[in-house]
Design a protein around this ligand. Structure first.
Ligand SMILES: NC(=O)CC[C@H](N)C(=O)O
Length: 381
């Protein structure tokens, strides 16, 4: 096992050993305090560009599920088609694993996907440094290759464009899908979609780096999902609702998506629902501003309160940016507030059927207490 050093931008150094793919890597160092869920988190496209630290000390003991693909092209157990995090940083990697659904070890999976994994890191100390200083860039360097130092930029990079789909994919609740070129005319697409199936309500899903379980949650509720690239102009398509997905990086790099949402808002009756990046882009379309949190929310136990009620929910989260509540215009109001730091966890329009959540109602992984938000959206269609 080769020795590695994690070097943070403030000069802090942490020694560890490599258990994944052997390649130096750089990225934004973030921490997640969930106790489980590494297969889902690693394949969540929102982690693109980031080195994912897990604070729960023992990682890997339940192995990795098979990467089987359903007939509609979606992974059965994963949140996308590959690992999107740049690396995983743990305290105590378990070389043994045991789980009814495991087919390989975390280390073997990382090697196959060419993603570094490092163990033996004091992840609690690392988290304390990130909490004190705020989120930072970091590098993993192999001690026997001290001159092989990777570089990376996170701020201002449009990661959404890197992870979004490149074609239009239409999913049916029955479990099939069909792909269409973005160059097809609206007339062609509209006739295709209705021939493909007309019995279901149609939802345009703006793919900023969508997690598979969001698509599963929509299909389960019997809607046809038309997944489009993040910057695709869907104004000429016929649909019943608009969904804006989660996604990596800085929402301020996604202006094309914001402009398209504004166009869609001309129809005041059109139901709109957004999750995470979707909350940030809907807020921007409504005129609000986004800021970067000192350190993000990444865990399974973020408490949020539904504004105007005493109802609280425990939520799964993964975000580094937040909507500034003070910049919401008079037509909008916060829908959820984070009980730890008071930051925005969702918005709603006072008159129109437009709302969003900063947390992940689809969980995967994490608590499913807020999955009812999908029911609310589908009821509106
Ligand atoms: N999971 C997400 O959609 C994250 C949104 C955005 N990239 C953030 O970090 O805040």
């Amino acid at each position: 096992m080769r020795n590695v050093t994690l070097i943070l931008d403030d000069g802090s150094r942490f020694s560890g050993k490599s258990f994944g793919y052997e390649k130096p890597v750089a990225g934004e160092v973030v921490f997640n305090t969930a106790m489980t869920g590494y297969p889902e988190s690693l394949t969540d496209p929102s982690y693109a560009g980031q080195l994912m630290t897990l604070t729960y000390p023992l990682v890997g003991n339940y192995g990795v599920p098979p990467f089987t693909i359903e007939p509609n092209g979606l992974a059965t157990f994963m949140e996308s088609e590959k690992i999107h995090a740049e690396a995983i940083i743990v305290s105590d990697y378990s070389y043994e694993y045991s789980h009814w659904n495991a087919v390989e070890s975390l280390g073997d999976w990382l090697k196959r996907e060419q993603i570094p994994g490092i163990t033996g890191i004091d992840t609690r100390e690392l988290t304390k440094v990130l909490r004190e200083h705020g989120v930072m860039m970091g590098k993993i360097v192999f001690d026997d290759e001290p001159d092989n130092v990777p570089e990376a930029v996170y701020a201002g990079v449009n990661y959404v464009d890197r992870v979004s789909c490149k074609e239009i994919i239409c999913y049916l609740p029955a479990g099939t899908s069909q792909t269409f070129s973005v160059n097809s005319s609206y007339a062609q697409l509209n006739s295709q979609f209705s021939t493909f199936n007309s019995q279901f309500k149609k939802v345009i899903l703006v793919d900023c780096g969508v997690k598979t379980n969001i698509i599963r949650c929509l299909l389960k509720r019997n809607v046809e999902v038309i997944r489009v690239p993040w910057d695709y102009d869907y104004s000429g398509l016929e649909f019943d609702g608009l969904f804006i997905s989660n996604g990596p990086g800085d929402p301020d790099t996604c202006d094309a998506a914001v402009q398209n949402i504004r166009k869609a808002m001309v129809n005041e009756k059109l139901p709109i629902f957004g999750i995470c990046m979707g909350n940030q882009l809907l807020s921007k379309a409504g005129g609000a501003k986004i800021y970067k949190l000192k350190y993000g929310h990444r865990s399974h136990n973020q408490p949020v309160r539904m504004v105007g009620t005493e109802r609280c929910f425990i939520t799964s989260q993964n975000h580094g940016y937040a909507v500034d509540n003070n910049t919401l215009s008079a037509e909008w109001e916060p829908l959820f507030i984070n009980m730890n730091d008071g930051s925005n966890e969702g918005i709603k329009h006072k008159k129109n059927p437009w709302f969003s959540a900063q947390f992940h109602p689809e969980a995967a992984s994490g608590p499913t207490d807020t999955e009812f938000l999908f029911d609310e959206f589908v009821k509106l269609l």
